[in-house]
Design a protein around this ligand. Sequence first.
Ligand code: NCD
Length: 366
Amino acid sequence: MIKRKDLLGLVDASAEEICEILDTAANMKRLLRQGIKKLPHLEGCTATILFYENSTRTRTSFELAAKYMGATTINIAASSSSVAKGETLIDTGKTLDAMKNDFIIIRHPMGGAPYLLARTVKAGVINAGDGGHYHPTQTLADLMTIHRHKSSFENLTVALCGDLKYGRTVHSLIEAMSRYKGIQFVLISPEELKIPGFIRYNVFENQGIPYTEVSSLEEAMPKLDVLYMTRIQRERFDDPWEYERLKDSYVLDTEKMKLAKGKMCVLHPLPRVNEISVKVDDDPRAAYFRQALNGKYMRMALILKLLDEAARNPAKEAIDTTGLEYDRVCRNPKCITQTEQELPQLFRCTDKAADIHRCIYCEQRA
Ligand code: NCD
C-alpha cells in the first residue's frame, strides 16, 4: 500500500494501486489529447523539483505534469543553490518545508536521500532517482509502456540488459514486476555489473521469483517478451578504466532484433549512449520514445494518487524503529548517511540465522 503521501520505492505498492494509477494516467492522456491545457487538481499547490543530478525527461515530465494540473513549480538545481556551499539535505528540506511546499521531488546521487528527506519534512516526497538504488517513477512509465504493448503484465519473460548493478531503473522495475503471475526475469550483464544484493534479497530470495543470469544477449533474445536495455552508468564508477572496459558490453542492433519475437518490446529509460543502434528506432517493437511520453501521464496520475492519500491520511506515519539497531557501520560510500552531519546509522536485521543487517537508507549489507 502507498500509505503516506510519499513515493520512495514501489515495494509496498499493490497490483491494485498500480492498476489504479494506470487507469488515471490513461484518463490524463485522453484529457490532454482533447486539447485541455489546464486541469484544476493542484491549484494552490507548490511542487519543488530538487535535483542534485542531471536530468532531461524526469525533470521535464514532472514539471509539465505539475503545471498541467495547476501547481506552482519551483526548480532547484544543486549546483546553483546553497547545496554548493555545503548545506546538508536535512537543512535544505527544513527550509523548503518552512516555505510550505506540498511536494518535493528529489533526485540525489546518494542512496536513501529521499527516505531521509521524507522523515524530515511535512511535504510529500517523491523519489526521482537516488544514486544506484531506486527510480520508482521511471518504473511507472515503464509499466504503462509494457501494458500498452503487451496488454497484460502476466506470464512475461522480461530481460534486463547492461548495468544491473548501478541501474536504479532496473531495481525498481524488477521489484514492481515481481508481483505479477508467471513473471520470469533474464538478467544479462557482465560479471562486474550483476544485480546487487538488496534486489536478490527483496525479490529473488524472499519471494522466490524465477530468474536466470546470462552474459549473452543474442542467446537470450528468442524467448523474450520485453527487453529493457540500460546505459552503463559512468558516473557511478570509482575506476574510470573499469567503465572504459565495460562501456560497450551490449549493443542492440537490427541483426539482433531479427532473433526476437515479433511482439517483443524494447524499452530503455534513456538517455542512451550507444546501447541501441539508431537504426532500431524505426522498428515497431522499439517503445523507448513512447515510454518517455508515458512518464508524463504516469507522473500526473501518481501526484493525484498521493494527493488523495494525503487528504485521507494527513499525518505522516512515524518511522517504526522497533528492532532497528545502531551499533553497525554502513560501508556504502554512496549512502546518504556518509554526507549528512551527525545522522545516526540505522540497521534492520533481514536474516537472523545468517546475521545479515541492512542499512535502512541504502539497503546495503552492514
Ligand atoms: C535514468 C536515470 O536517471 O536513472 N534516466 C531517466 O530518468 N530516464 C537512466 C539513466 O540515466 O541511465
